[in-house]
Ligand binder design. Structure first.
Ligand SMILES: Nc1ncnc2c1ncn2[C@@H]1O[C@H](COP(=O)(O)OP(=O)(O)OP(=O)(O)O)[C@@H](O)[C@H]1O
Length: 578
């Protein structure tokens, strides 16, 4: 099965591989001719046979050139095969269903693209040729040896068979060790990615030593598997070497006596001896090839696992052009694995309306956003856009009509312009400046040394939390969505910027529908409608004033938990935060 996968890997590169294998085979063939020339020179010449020596020199040179060309072709093909695999893996990883990321660690998935594919390259560029040319030249050498002296070959053959049996018995264990090593490297990368991704927290918690210890342990696991593989190889290699040296000794002893008894000529013995030394090369090649192939099978398995993970579908129709989107949650149920999170959620966001979602932490508010973005699908019930189930639309088309600003306000490594136009790459400078003004960012652009073209650093490290949030909002507004999803948009803002952002949101709400996860009273008051969520259920809907009168849970939330920023401004803190 895996062998088939391996062959499939090389498909499309058959020409390059065939050329490389041919070159290596020709080089090996040229090598096999040399002892024959030597034999002829020794047996027939009475003086130094210059012509034969010149022919041998030409053979040596030709062999070196063809061998070099074959090696280059192989390495090139290996690189191209890996490029194809990496491209396929990257395309797959970027489209995996979100559930796959709940079950697999990002660092481990990354290590499959970097480390495992490198092992695959070795299999393609080295192991395949080692196995093919090693076997063929080995067989060729054996045939020539049998032709020269079958009796002598029997002696050599026996030692070689013993070595082959030792190698065969160790191959399975070498493969297992190879797999463990790759897994160890994957685990280590995952831990490192986790620690570096949260470096500020690691430092603030003075956890460097603990992280170092944990990541070191993962590295040790990879090292232990590597050492296990080395131990197995260290038994294999001397076994082969012993067999080779033994067979040379046998050739000298048995061959010498046969020459003494005139059963063979000196030329025969020299040619046979040369072939016996030549046999070492293909035999070691095949051995190394088998070892690499076993390692490669482990890597291939890990790469194939990614290829089998489910991706988001691309099928579906176009969202019909309309003046706005009316989004309806109709009796939506959803669970993460076996944990129910949403229970029969029903509510509607009218076109150009402003709806706030409120509820305690863990009530399921962000999950509602994930369902709207179609990161996950409901277990039952449906989300309807203007009466049509959104599963009928292609994800791409649907996502083009909505925009999301989440709490993390992701800023990508790149310039401010790259970040703003990420979802709308062809925006004009005029459009960019319009949204910058809306998000109260013009001052930031003036302050940055290269304005819109200033690099923002990895994850926008050079920016404040509020600036990142406003950039995320500006990016969302630039796409002119029909539905804007905001996860507490004013979370990182001071009152001045909060007011500016409310203005921006208010303006945006003229053009599109807004669904806002809100924790601040100011954000909630802006909404035409508030949906109260409790443990995955919608327990009430209405305006702020209506809900205060009819819903005890909401009144409790409003009285105790919403942050009233106007009070914060006066350095008073609402009772729930004391
Ligand atoms: N990927 C996930 N896998 C498993 N459980 C999850 C996942 N994401 C969220 N949950 C769980 O689902 C529940 C709802 O989470 P959700 O993030 O929707 O809550 P929330 O109301 O947005 O909370 P908050 O206000 O704290 O952001 C929580 O109990 C959370 O632990």
């Amino acid at each position: 099965m895996r062998t088939l996968d391996l062959l499939r890997l090389a498909s499309g590169h058959g020409r390059g591989l065939a050329l490389a294998v041919t070159a290596t085979l020709v080089a090996a063939g040229l090598g096999l001719l040399q002892p024959q020339l030597l034999r002829a020179a020794v047996d027939s010449a009475t003086s130094v046979p210059w012509q034969l020596l010149a022919a041998m020199a030409v053979l040596f040179l030709a062999q070196a050139c063809v061998d070099g060309a074959g090696l280059y072709l192989l390495e090139r093909t290996g690189e191209r095969v890996v490029l194809g695999v990496r491209r396929r893996l990257v395309a797959r990883l970027l489209r995996l269903r979100m559930k796959a990321f709940d079950e697999h660690r990002v660092g481990d998935l990354m290590s499959r693209v970097s480390v495992d594919t490198t092992v695959l390259r070795e299999v393609v560029s080295t192991a395949s040729v080692q196995l093919i040319t090693g076997t063929l030249t080995g067989v060729g050498t054996v045939v020539l040896m049998v032709l020269i002296d079958p009796v002598l070959f029997l002696w050599v053959g026996t030692t070689v068979v013993v070595a082959a049996v030792v190698v065969y018995s160790l191959v399975g264990r070498l493969r297992a060790a190879g797999e463990q090593m790759q897994r160890g490297v994957g685990d280590m990368t995952a831990e490192l990615e986790r620690a570096l991704g949260a470096l500020r927290t690691v430092r603030a918690c003075r956890a460097e030593e603990r992280e170092e210890e944990l990541i070191g342990r993962r590295a040790e696991q990879a090292c232990a598997a590597g050492v296990r593989a080395a131990r197995i190889t260290s038994v294999m290699s001397p076994a082969v070497e012993l067999a080779m040296r033994g067979s040379l000794l046998v050739v000298l002893l048995v061959g010498g006596t046969r020459v003494a008894r005139d059963a063979a000529s000196v030329g025969d013995l020299m040619a046979f001896l040369l072939y016996a030394t030549y046999l070492i090369i293909p035999f070691t090649s095949v051995l190394q090839g088998i070892g690499l192939l076993q390692k490669g099978m482990g890597a291939l398995g890990r790469v194939a696992e990614v290829q089998e993970l489910p991706v988001e579908g691309t099928a579906g129709g176009v969202v019909p052009e309309c003046a706005g989107i009316r989004l309806e949650f109709r009796d939506v149920w959803f669970r993460y694995r076996d944990r129910p999170v949403l229970r029969g959620v029903s509510f509607t966001v009218e076109p150009r309306s402003h709806v706030a979602l409120v509820g305690l932490s863990g009530a399921g508010k962000s999950t509602l956003f994930s369902l709207i973005e179609r990161f996950y699908e409901p277990d039952s019930g449906a989300l309807l856009a203007n009466g049509i189930d959104i599963r009928n639309f292609s994800r791409d088309q649907w996502r083009a009509r909505i925009a999301l600003v989440d709490q993390d306000s992701t800023v990508l490594n790149g310039t401010l312009r790259d970040n703003l136009s990420y979802a709308a790459p062809h925006s004009s400078d005029h459009d960019l400046h319009e949204v910058l003004e809306l998000a109260n960012l013009t001052e930031l652009v003036e302050r940055l040394p290269d304005g819109l073209d200033t690099p923002l650093g990895e994850r926008g490290r050079a920016l404040s939390g509020g600036e990142r949030q406003r950039i995320a909002l500006a990016r969302a507004l630039l796409t002119q969505p029909d539905l804007l999803l905001l996860d507490e948009p004013t979370a990182h803002l001071d009152p001045v910027n909060e007011r500016a952002l409310h203005r921006a949101i208010h303006q945006a709400a003229q053009e599109c529908a807004l669904l806002v996860i809100a924790h601040r009273l100011s954000t909630i008051r802006e909404a035409n409608r508030i949906v109260v969520l409790r443990a995955g259920e919608v327990i009430a809907q209405g305006t702020h004033d209506e809900l205060l009168g009819i819903n005890g849970f909401y009144s409790g939330l409003a009285g105790g938990r919403f942050v009233d920023n106007s009070k914060l401004f006066e350095t008073e803190i609402s009772p729930g935060w004391r």
